[in-house]
Design a protein. Structure first.
Length: 131
């Protein structure tokens, strides 16, 4: 459409990822992210500032059960939408047969938006073959 005018937008993102090896089989990961963006003009203008903290511990077990992962994340948003969310995470990777891997990730989320508290959960299963 030659009459379409793209809306203006701005995005600023800063991230920090720290991985620590505590013992031969134990690791931690810490991820911090700050994201600010604007979109639109006039009545359609939106502005959002989102902060995320994610922390996980990883236990590397053995050849078959590659790892077990446990952690949480916290997200807080302000601007056009004000919200906060805390999540509990659990996952693992298991080698079923040589090079055939099953990965699982589970999250339990508690979210507060405009004073309303909701919760939900999600599970992801991934079956992959390594060439």
């Amino acid at each position: 459409n030659p009459d379409y005018v793209s809306q203006s937008s701005e995005n600023k993102t800063y991230s920090l990822n720290i991985k620590s090896k505590l013992f031969p089989k134990w690791e931690t990961t810490t991820f911090l992210n700050s994201n600010y963006y604007t979109l639109g003009e006039g009545e359609t203008f939106q502005e959002q500032d989102v902060f995320l903290l994610d922390f996980s511990t990883i236990y590397k077990h053995n050849r078959d059960l590659k790892y077990i992962k446990n952690g949480f994340n916290f997200t807080k948003g302000s601007g056009s939408s004000t919200f906060s969310q805390i999540s509990y995470k659990l996952g693992f990777e298991y080698e079923i047969l040589d090079q055939l891997v099953l990965r699982s990730n589970y999250e339990l989320r508690f979210k507060k938006v405009a004073g309303n508290l909701t919760n939900n959960s999600m599970i992801i299963l991934n079956l992959g073959y390594k060439f």
